[in-house]
Design a protein around this ligand. Structure first.
Ligand code: N01
Length: 544
C-alpha cells in the first residue's frame, strides 16, 4: 500500500478561521489541507440563511483586519450586515486569495487519532480520504451544530420543517402559509418579524423570553465608513486590546448604576436604547456583576416592552423576569416587539402550555392543536463543544476527547488540551470566543497558532501540549472570573444549559479580549509557559 504523504496541517472548517489559517499557512510555506462539511466557504454564514439573519457586530468591525487593501476597498451596505452581504464578502476573500483550491468541500472529518510513534495525526474524512498531519487545527466554529429538540412526533409532520442553522439555499416562500416557530433566541428574534410580514399567520412558541434591544440598523453612510477607513489601523489596534474586541459608539460610564440618580439612569438608558446595539449593557460598570444594578436596566427595558406591545398580557409574557439582562446573549432586533401587535401573530407560552407533540398537521400544546404548513425550529445549537465532540478525536493512549471532557471542556487558554499534542482549537472553550467580536478573537488565535508552528519548525520542536497543572489552573481561572459575574445565573448556552444532559459550567473566558491577548503574549514571551515542548529526538521538556 502506498505510504500516506504527511502534510504540515489539516484544518477542519472553512469559515472565517479556516480561511485565514489557510492564507497564513501558505505564506509560511506550510502544506495544508482544509476539509469543509459545507458545499462552499463561509461557515456560520454559509449555513444560517434564515430570513432576517444578520450580524450583531457592526460591519466596519466584523471583517478581517489582516488585509489593508481589502478593508479599504470593501464597502458594506449597512451598519449591521445581512447574511448575504457577509457571505459575498467571504466569497470575495476566497477569490482574491485563491483559497478554495486547497479546500475539499462536502467533506467532514469524522475521526482523528494521534499516532504516538510517528507523532502525526491520522485524519479520516467521510469522503474516504485518510490524511496524515503533523498538526490538527479545529476551526469548527463555536455555534455550528444545530440543536433539534426531541419533541414526540417530530417526524410525523406532513408539512415542511426548517432549522434556522441549516436553512435551504433557495428562498423559502411563506406567503399564504400558517407557520409555527419554536424558539425566541437571536435567530428567532431576527426571523420572526420577517416571517410574520410574509406568512398568513405566525404562531410563536416561547419557552423563555429573551432580552432584546433595537439594533437601529441603517444604510451605511459615507461619512461613517470614511471615519473608520481613515483610521482603520489605529482602531483595529484598540479593538485588539479592548474588553470585547470591538469599539462602542457610545462611551461606557465608569460608575455603578447604583451611584447614579433615577434621572441620570433614565438618560443613560434612553440614550443607549436610541443609539441601538449592545451599548445598553455598558451603560454602567456593574450591570453584569451586581444584581441590583442589573435590575435597574432590566426594569427600564421591561417598561419599554410594555410601551411597545399593545396587549398587556403579551407584553408581560415577552418580559424576561427569571434571569439578569445580558446573561444570555443580548439580542439585537428590528421591530421584534412591534411584531406582536400584528393581527396575524400569536404568542404561546410553552411553560404554561407545554408542547405535547408534533402531529401530522401541526402541533399540540396542552389540549390545544395548531395546524401548520411549515414549522421553523429556532432552537439553537450545541454550542462551543458540540461540534468538536462529534468528531471522534483520540489523543495519547487512545484517550477520547469526549471522555476527557465528560464533566465539561478542559483547555489551556482555550487553545489546546492536555493529552492531545499538536491539536489546536480556534476560539475554543476557555477563550474569549463568543464573549467577544469573533473576528478579533479569530484573528488572534489564528496568528498565534501559525506563529507557534513557525517557532516549532525553526526550533526542531516536534510536539506541544499543555502541562496538566497549567491546564487545571486555567480551567479554574475561567470559572473564577465567571463566578464574579451574573452570567452563571442564566440557563444559557454559554453554560451548556440548553442541551439536556450537557455538563453545566461557563465555557467562554470572560476576562476580556485585551487581557486575554496579554496573557497569551506573556506565555509566548516566557518560552510557551505552561506547555510541554518535545524536541525532535529528545525528551519532553515542561516550561514554566
Ligand atoms: O439559539 P438560542 P439561537 N423547546 O439558544 C428555545 C448567535 N447568533 O440560534 O431560552 C422549546 O439563543 C430556547 O428556549 P430557552 C448568538 O450568539 C447570532 O437563537 O432555552 N424551546 C431559545 O428560545 C446566539 O446567542 C446572531 O428556554 C426550545 C431558543 O430555542 C446564538 O447564535 C444571530 C427548546 C434557542 O435560542 C444562538 O442563537 C443568530 C425546546 N426543546 C444567532 N430548545 C447575530 O449575530 C431550545 N428552545 C445577531
Amino acid at each position: 500500500m502506498a505510504k500516506l504523504k504527511t502534510v504540515d496541517a489539516v484544518v477542519v472548517g472553512a469559515g472565517f478561521s479556516g480561511l485565514y489559517l489557510l492564507y497564513l499557512m501558505r505564506r509560511q510555506g506550510f502544506t495544508t489541507r482544509v476539509f469543509e462539511k459545507g458545499g462552499n466557504v463561509g461557515g456560520t454564514w454559509y449555513w444560517n440563511r434564515y430570513p432576517g439573519a444578520r450580524c450583531d457586530v457592526e460591519s466596519m468591525q466584523y471583517s478581517y483586519s489582516f488585509d489593508e487593501e481589502l478593508q479599504l476597498e470593501w464597502s458594506w451596505p449597512e451598519k449591521y450586515s445581512a447574511q448575504p452581504d457577509i457571505l459575498a464578502y467571504i466569497n470575495h476573500v476566497d477569490e482574491k486569495h485563491q483559497l478554495s483550491r486547497d479546500i475539499t468541500f462536502n467533506s467532514s472529518v469524522t475521526r482523528a487519532k494521534f499516532e504516538e510513534d510517528s507523532k502525526v495525526w491520522k485524519v479520516v474524512v467521510d469522503n474516504g480520504e485518510v490524511v496524515n498531519a503533523r498538526h490538527l487545527i479545529m476551526a469548527t466554529g463555536c455555534i455550528s451544530t444545530a440543536n433539534l429538540p426531541k419533541i414526540p412526533g417530530i417526524n410525523d409532520f406532513n408539512g415542511c420543517t426548517y432549522h434556522t442553522g441549516y436553512w435551504p439555499h433557495q428562498k423559502v416562500d411563506f406567503s399564504g402559509q400558517n407557520v409555527g416557530i419554536i424558539g425566541t433566541g437571536s435567530s428567532g428574534i431576527q426571523s420572526i418579524p420577517v416571517i410574520a410580514a410574509e406568512a398568513k399567520h405566525l404562531t410563536v412558541f416561547q419557552r423563555t423570553p429573551h432580552w432584546t434591544v433595537p439594533a437601529r440598523n441603517e444604510p451605511m453612510t459615507e461619512e461613517y465608513e470614511r471615519s473608520w477607513k481613515d483610521s482603520y489601523a489605529e482602531r483595529r489596534a484598540q479593538m485588539r486590546y479592548s474588553p470585547s474586541g470591538s469599539l462602542r459608539s457610545v462611551a461606557p460610564i465608569d460608575l455603578s448604576a447604583l451611584d447614579a440618580t433615577n434621572e441620570e439612569r433614565e438618560q443613560a438608558y434612553r440614550e443607549r436604547w436610541a443609539a441601538g446595539g449592545m451599548t445598553l449593557l455598558k451603560s454602567y460598570n456593574d450591570l453584569l456583576t451586581n444584581d441590583a444594578a442589573n435590575e435597574t436596566a432590566a426594569k427600564w427595558v421591561r417598561r419599554r416592552i410594555a410601551g411597545i406591545v399593545q396587549d398587556p398580557k403579551v407584553a408581560d409574557l415577552l418580559s424576561p423576569k427569571t434571569y439578569p439582562i445580558g446573561t444570555k446573549r443580548l439580542c439585537l432586533d428590528t421591530n421584534y416587539y412591534e411584531t406582536f401587535n400584528r393581527e396575524n401573530v400569536e404568542l404561546v407560552d410553552i411553560i404554561k402550555e407545554p408542547i405535547d407533540r408534533i402531529t401530522r398537521s401541526g402541533l399540540e400544546v396542552l389540549g390545544r392543536s395548531f395546524d401548520f404548513d411549515s414549522i421553523v425550529f429556532a432552537t439553537g445549537f450545541d454550542a462551543m463543544t458540540g461540534t468538536l465532540l462529534r468528531v471522534d478525536l483520540k489523543g495519547r493512549g487512545g484517550l477520547n476527547l469526549s471522555e476527557k471532557w465528560a464533566a465539561g471542556p478542559r483547555t489551556y487558554l482555550g487553545l489546546m488540551t492536555e493529552g492531545f499534542p499538536n491539536m489546536y482549537t480556534i476560539t475554543g472553550p476557555g477563550s474569549p470566543s463568543v464573549k467577544s467580536n469573533m473576528m478579533t478573537s479569530i484573528e488572534q488565535h489564528v496568528e498565534l497558532v501559525v506563529e507557534m508552528l513557525v517557532y516549532f519548525r525553526d526550533n526542531d520542536i516536534e510536539t506541544i501540549e499543555p502541562d496538566l497543572r497549567a491546564e487545571d489552573e486555567w480551567v479554574e481561572h475561567v470559572q473564577e472570573v465567571a463566578s464574579q459575574t451574573l452570567f452563571p445565573k442564566a440557563n444559557s448556552w454559554y453554560m451548556g444549559a440548553n442541551i439536556p444532559g450537557k455538563p453545566q459550567l461557563f465555557m467562554p473566558y470572560i476576562g476580556g479580549v485585551g487581557a486575554y491577548r496579554k496573557i497569551c503574549e506573556k506565555v509566548v514571551a516566557e518560552g510557551y509557559r505552561g506547555f510541554i515542548l518535545e524536541y525532535k529526538n529528545t525528551k519532553a521538556e515542561a516550561t514554566g
